[in-house]
Design a protein. Structure first.
Lengths: 171, 734
């Protein structure tokens, strides 16, 4: 009986084959947002597709960071605007600090001045501040405009501001 | 109260198993020495009781009360029929000193192990799938139709016993059932040795095995290796008895145990050819009738194996799933997954040379997950046992059951061979009169607090005497939160996910402690696809990166076929295949029929107009792989376009067209390649597609490569954070 069951089990596998063919399935109909909109709340310098968040003055990826120049601008699509804080992760470069003095940034959100910050030491920094809901626009682009008061003009003529690691909106 | 239920569940399962064995032996009129009867009957009976529970699961009647009723009937009948009476002769007595040594080692280590087994189950595999599936079978009162967890396809003979115990005493009761096998194994070794007039070797070999750190730990958790080793050794003993007595009745338990070895663990399948070859050899040598004994053995083995094969055939279409998927292709365990999995089992991180293995196995145990103990450095002396016939039998069995070790070089995978190795070593040491010394050394060196002095810091070993945990002086919840990384998220899942929810996750969680369905990425064909789709929301690697364009003069086609032309270790996939006319894409017609080779089951994914899904070969690219469209009637076409994801840049293809019935012609030998446009809104699209496949939640450890993106861009993904536990976050799909 056991042997028969064993043989039967294996023979049955012949019945487990796939159907001969399949019909065309229902067609997927994604509804993407307008292509110009950036699609997330937060971007890190090394994220795939990070370029779509940058409007100007952010360089190509160098390892895990990018250079922010004199006036970096970003855009974010926010589907939720209440209780949001803007956060930026960056670093003060020793050469820039030495050549141009303390780093001073003014951050504007949709043309509202959020803060002006100043750093006199090198190294990694994180700035975070709550954003009034009325400044933010749901389901459309929100612009972040950062102005570096004293960028350093490198020998190749590029005006370097700070080392950009990530920025966006958090809860 | 909890410890009482734990012990009740395990004791009841043990008693029911023992009753089955006693009834079997009584029915077959097999007599053993008094000291052999219960150890043999427990193991042989566990095979039968396991089969009974299998049948109850298959019938969908897996309830606590059905297990209790079945077990109670077996116990009552066995008592009523007097099967518990030990009427056989007595083995020669053990010398007192050896008897004292055995009792001291067996009880001291046994107490340690019992506390460990009674403590909340915390072993990685025990909490993930051994008991994860047991728990699920009990919830759904049977096997159900699980195709998204390859561990559900492995034979689970021991887990059937766990299921009975679990239904009464939950997780720890299952571990205590394993502990019963652990306690029984040295009794078997000792009984076998006494039968062959080598008591000193018997005590030595039994304690070598019993006190071995990896065996003690494994046997005190809801793993199954020690139980399997006990089954294998018991079968060996019975074969030896048969070779002396030549009673065909003995071949019934021999066959059952050989088959049960397979049912316990796939790697123990060698027990079946071993038993059959042994019987055949002995019969031929003695010029006895061959057919009937062989048929009895094979049939009994088949009774134990066939149900597991049949279950797999019915559910996943491969009797030997999760292995041999090239022979039995199916959509539930991918060929590439099996190959990756097998490769990972053969190569453990940190073991770069075979020369490391002996020390890893015996002393260090860090990379190979556990060690046998330093006394096993003496294992080569076992070869000297070959001077005696019994020694040769032990060495042969050791070789047979170690033969599968290269397939997985973890220490646990040697456990089936260890009793034979230990007894062969003990025979030599007893002859040299140093057996007692080595036992004392082994007892000292294997004591859990001593092991930590020489083992690798991260070796899998018993770390403490868990009496507080066993008695629940420390609460189960508190202990599990402390030691099981996947436990907190499993509780969070139970708290937030509705009973019909489905959670997709990259890493194993403690499924034994959740009542929800978890889909772990690597554990099933559907899971693989869903996780690639999920990750595609963040990395474009799996999304279309280039188009293969095939253009030619207008032709009337009945069928077209995109054929792979490259042989590469990359896995070919096609996100979309579109048929073109001079006016653009020809709209897909419901009458078209689609085919693919290999992996025909997913062919629709290349025709669903979704950039996140794709047909994938799930095995390395070979010329001749194809996707085919049958238009049903001649259709004027001027080309085709295939969207190819970025993870198989070395693949290439040609387009063939059937212009007349059965007449295929190549119309474009190679594609013109152009870049594919980026996929819009991939995060949200990925989540929407997961929802289409019934996923309601996702869980991800914070160290996963896109965990931070999920957290920071929840709105873009369309997910809501429900909570964080144990370095893992749980999200609901909006």
């Amino acid at each position: 009986v056991g042997v028969l069951l064993l043989v039967l089990s294996i023979l049955l596998t012949a019945c487990a084959s796939a159907p001969e063919s399949y019909p065309v399935p229902p067609q997927h109909d994604p509804a993407p947002p307008p292509a110009r909109l950036v699609q997330a709340d937060y971007v890190r310098a090394d994220d795939p597709g990070a370029d779509s968040y940058f409007i100007k003055d952010v360089t190509a990826l160098e390892g895990t960071f990018r250079w922010a120049l004199a006036n970096p601008k970003f855009r974010f699509l926010l589907t939720k605007t209440e209780n949001r804080s803007f956060q930026i992760e960056f670093a003060v470069n020793p050469t820039v600090l030495e050549k141009a003095g303390p780093l001073e940034l003014t951050i504007l959100l949709n043309e509202h001045a959020l803060a002006t910050i100043r750093h006199t030491s090198v190294g990694d920094k994180v700035f975070r501040k709550q954003v009034p809901q009325s400044w933010l626009l749901p389901n459309t682009e929100n612009l972040v405009d950062i102005r570096v008061r004293n960028p350093w003009t490198a020998p190749d003529g590029v005006q370097l501001g700070f080392v950009f690691r990530g920025a966006g909106f958090i809860e | 109260v909890k410890p009482v239920w734990i012990l009740t569940g395990a004791a009841f399962t043990g008693a029911a198993s023992l009753s089955c064995g006693l009834l079997l032996f009584q029915r077959l009129a097999i007599t053993f020495y008094r000291q052999e009867l219960y150890p043999y009957a427990f193991v042989a009976g566990s095979a039968i009781f396991s089969l009974l529970i299998f049948l109850m699961c298959a019938a969908g009647i897996a309830y606590t009360w059905t297990f209790v009723a079945a077990g109670a009937v077996l116990i009552a009948v066995s008592i009523k029929l007097g099967a518990w009476k030990r009427t056989g002769p007595t083995l020669p007595p053990l010398p007192r000193l050896w008897m004292a040594a055995f009792i001291a080692g067996w009880s001291a280590y046994g107490g340690f192990y019992l506390a460990y087994a009674m403590a909340p189950e915390a072993s990685p595999d025990g909490t993930a799938y051994h008991l994860g599936l047991v728990s699920r079978y009990l919830r759904q009162h049977g096997f159900g139709w699980i195709t998204t967890n390859m561990y559900a396809n492995i034979s689970m003979g021991i887990e059937m016993l766990y299921l009975c115990a679990f239904s009464i005493g939950k997780h720890s009761a299952a571990a205590v059932v394993h502990f019963l096998f652990l306690m029984n194994l040295p009794l078997l070794i000792l009984a076998f040795s006494r039968r062959h007039n080598m008591p000193a070797a018997g005590v030595t070999g039994a304690l070598f095995v019993f006190m071995s750190p990896v065996i003690g730990l494994d046997g005190s958790t809801a793993y199954i290796d020690v139980a399997m080793a006990t089954v294998v050794f018991c079968g060996f003993c019975m074969l030896q008895i048969w070779s002396q007595e030549r009673r065909n009745a003995l071949l019934v338990p021999v066959g059952l145990l050989a088959g049960f070895a397979y049912a316990c663990k796939l790697t123990a399948f060698v027990a079946v050819p071993y038993a059959l070859a042994f019987v055949l050899y002995k019969l031929i040598r003695s010029r006895a009738q061959v057919l009937k004994p062989l048929l009895i053995t094979a049939a009994c083995a088949g009774v134990m194996i066939a149900p597991w094969l049949a279950k797999n055939v019915l559910i996943v279409g491969n009797p030997f799933s999760p292995f041999f998927n090239r022979w039995f292709p199916n959509p539930h365990v991918r060929i590439s997954l099996e190959e990756d999995y097998m490769r990972s089992l053969r190569h453990y991180e940190g073991v770069t040379s075979a020369a490391q293995i002996p020390l890893e196995l015996t002393l260090r145990g860090g990379w190979l997950n556990g060690m046998l103990g330093p006394v096993f450095l003496l294992a080569p002396i076992m070869l000297l046992a070959a001077r005696r016939p019994l020694g040769r039998q032990l060495l042969l069995a050791a070789a047979v059951f170690a033969s599968t070790y290269p397939a997985n070089i973890g220490t646990r995978f040697l456990i089936a061979a260890v009793p034979f190795i230990a007894l062969a070593m003990a025979m030599v040491l007893a002859k040299w009169r140093v057996a007692a010394l080595t036992v004392v050394f082994h007892a000292f060196a294997s004591w859990p607090y001593i092991v930590s002095l020489y083992s690798d810091k991260y070796a899998w070993r018993i770390e403490a005497f868990r009496i507080n945990e066993a008695l629940r002086i420390e609460s189960e919840d508190s202990f599990l939160r402390r030691v099981v990384p996947g436990y907190p998220i499993s509780k969070l899942v139970d708290q937030h996910v509705p009973p019909d929810g489905r959670i997709l996750t990259y890493q194993s969680v403690a499924e034994a402690y959740t009542e929800r369905e978890i889909l772990v990425c690597y554990q099933g064909g559907l899971n693989n696809m869903l996780c690639e789709m999920w990750a595609s929301g963040f990395v474009p690697y799996f999304l279309p990166s280039r188009h293969w364009n095939f253009r030619f003069d207008e032709v009337s086609a009945r069928r077209i076929r995109l054929v792979q032309t490259a042989r590469t270790d990359q896995i070919w996939s096609v996100s979309e295949l579109r048929v073109m006319s001079p006016l653009g894409e020809i709209a897909r017609n419901p009458n078209w029929r689609l085919k693919a080779f290999p992996n025909p089951w997913d062919v629709q994914l290349a025709f669903d107009n979704c950039p996140m899904t794709r047909w994938k070969a799930w095995q390395q690219s070979e010329p001749g792989m194809s996707i085919e469209v049958d238009f049903g009637a001649p259709l004027k076409v001027t080309g085709a376009m295939a969207a190819i994801p970025g993870d198989n840049p070395a693949t290439s293809g040609r387009l063939e067209i059937e212009t007349e019935s059965g007449h295929w012609k190549t119309f474009a030998a190679a594609p013109e390649v152009t870049p594919a446009p980026p996929v819009a809104n991939p995060r949200r699209t990925a989540i929407e597609d997961l929802k289409r496949y019934g996923i309601t939640h996702i869980a991800i450890v914070n160290s996963e490569f896109f965990a931070n993106d999920l957290f920071r861009n929840r709105a873009a993904w369309g997910i809501t954070l429900l909570g964080e536990a144990g370095n893992c976050r749980l999200y609901q799909l909006n």
